[in-house]
Design a protein around this ligand. Structure first.
Ligand code: SMG
Ligand code: MG
Length: 379
């Protein structure tokens, strides 16, 4: 396959309601999309970096910069060498990670580029993301992430609405001052049958271990990323001091860091986000590693548009994804999505079966949300 160039497109999508976490409040989603143009089909990539470097060090403007200045030129050079006499002749999605490896970090940007090339390749071949990744089911249970609210009654109303929608699992965002009481209130109101977990986005320290142990009686599925991203040993110590299983999100940026965290006892569950780990192919490697170690995984979310949501649903259909993911209906965050919306059906999201992502942006909607476009030629 010959890659001719990539369009970098920025869109801004308003959220149906502000989404508050321990690191900030989102009112809109500023997304960098990639459209890879090849001699076969076009492919779409979605970069999950947020507008500001608060979830991780990456952010959307930096992603666009590193793509145009370093990643796309590196892929262009790789393609040139492949096309020399005796070379394989073009570019394959499975080459992208290797071609970009000399550039350190920037995994969300690399993931978006690999996703766009993979989508183009699979559309050309008439194969789906789900088939390519190894999906074993055609729908996945849908969990919802519930932001920090101003009051407990407001939180209970929100959870009530999501349970009525059919969501299979509730995740509460927590921070110091908003943890034990909201969890207690949700358990008291909705009972022990609800699958319930919490996500701190690094808001605590090991010194909070005794406080976090107060969550033990509530039979949570897991506590996600209580401590700093780099504090893997701290998570291992915390896991010994609390009964709630520790799940890592921000700390897991590759199969290698996943292997280390598992070996050190820092987590018994992993949230796999393809963007955070450099792409869907690395995400699958982490899945395989976790299955081999008996560690459960689930698919995280980054407020994706229908494009990223489609690919996440495909990934979550792999056999080791034994817990519901943050793969909600499009209307959890957006009144209007840029693709046909994902709609909850009996608490599940259908895994797209068509070629590539199986969905594509609807041109009028895409244009409506677009704030800028830029064309970058690839050699
Ligand atoms: O897409 O459903 C979603 C969002 C799920 O809570 C979610 N994501 O740490 O897991 C996480 C957060 C990161 C984004 S918060 C703005
Ligand atoms: Mg998280």
């Amino acid at each position: 396959m010959k890659l001719q160039g990539v369009e970098l497109r920025r869109i801004t999508m308003p959220l149906v309601a502000p989404f508050r976490t321990s690191f900030g409040t989102e009112h809109e989603r500023d997304v960098l999309l990639l459209r890879a143009v090849t001699d076969g089909a076009e492919g779409w990539g979605e970069c999950v970096a947020m507008a500001e470097p608060l979830y991780s060090s990456e952010y959307a403007d930096a992603a666009a910069d590193v793509l145009r200045r370093f990643l796309l030129p590196a892929l262009s050079r790789h393609q040139e060498s492949a096309r020399r006499p005796g070379g394989p002749g073009g570019i394959a999605a499975s080459d992208v990670g290797h071609a970009l490896a000399p550039i350190k970090g920037h995994r969300m940007s690399k993931a978006a580029l690999e996703m766009a090339v993979l989508d183009a390749e699979l559309r050309t071949l008439g194969r789906s993301f789900a088939g390519e990744l190894g999906a074993v089911v055609d729908r996945v249970p849908s969990g919802v992430s519930v932001g920090i609210h101003d009051t407990i009654p407001a939180l209970l109303d929100a959870v009530d609405g999501y349970l009525s929608d059919g969501y299979q699992r509730i995740k509460l965002k927590i921070e110091p001052g908003w943890d034990v009481e909201p969890v207690r209130a949700v358990r008291e109101r909705f009972g022990d049958g609800v699958l319930l977990q919490v996500d701190a986005n690094t808001a605590y320290t090991l010194g909070d271990a005794r406080h976090l142990a107060r969550l033990d009686p509530f039979d949570l599925l897991l506590i996600e990323q209580p401590l700093e991203e780099e504090d893997v040993l701290g998570h291992a110590e915390l896991a010994r001091r609390i009964q709630t299983p520790v799940c890592l999100d921000e700390s897991i940026v590759s199969a290698q860091t996943a292997a280390a965290a598992i070996t050190l006892g820092a987590c018994s569950i992993i949230n796999i986000k393809p963007g955070r780990v450099g792409g869907y192919l690395e995400a699958r490697r982490i899945h395989d590693l976790a299955v081999a170690h008996g560690v459960a995984v689930w698919c995280g979310g980054m407020l994706e548009t229908g494009l990223g949501r489609a690919a996440n649903a495909a990934l979550a259909a792999l056999p080791g994804f034994t817990l519901p993911g943050d793969i909600s209906g499009s209307d959890r965050f957006y009144r209007t999505d840029i693709t046909e919306p994902f709609v909850l059906d009996d608490g599940h999201i259908a895994v797209p079966a068509g070629p590539g992502l199986g969905v594509a942006p609807l041109p009028d909607l895409l244009d409506k949300f677009t704030t800028s476009t830029e064309w970058v030629s690839v050699g």
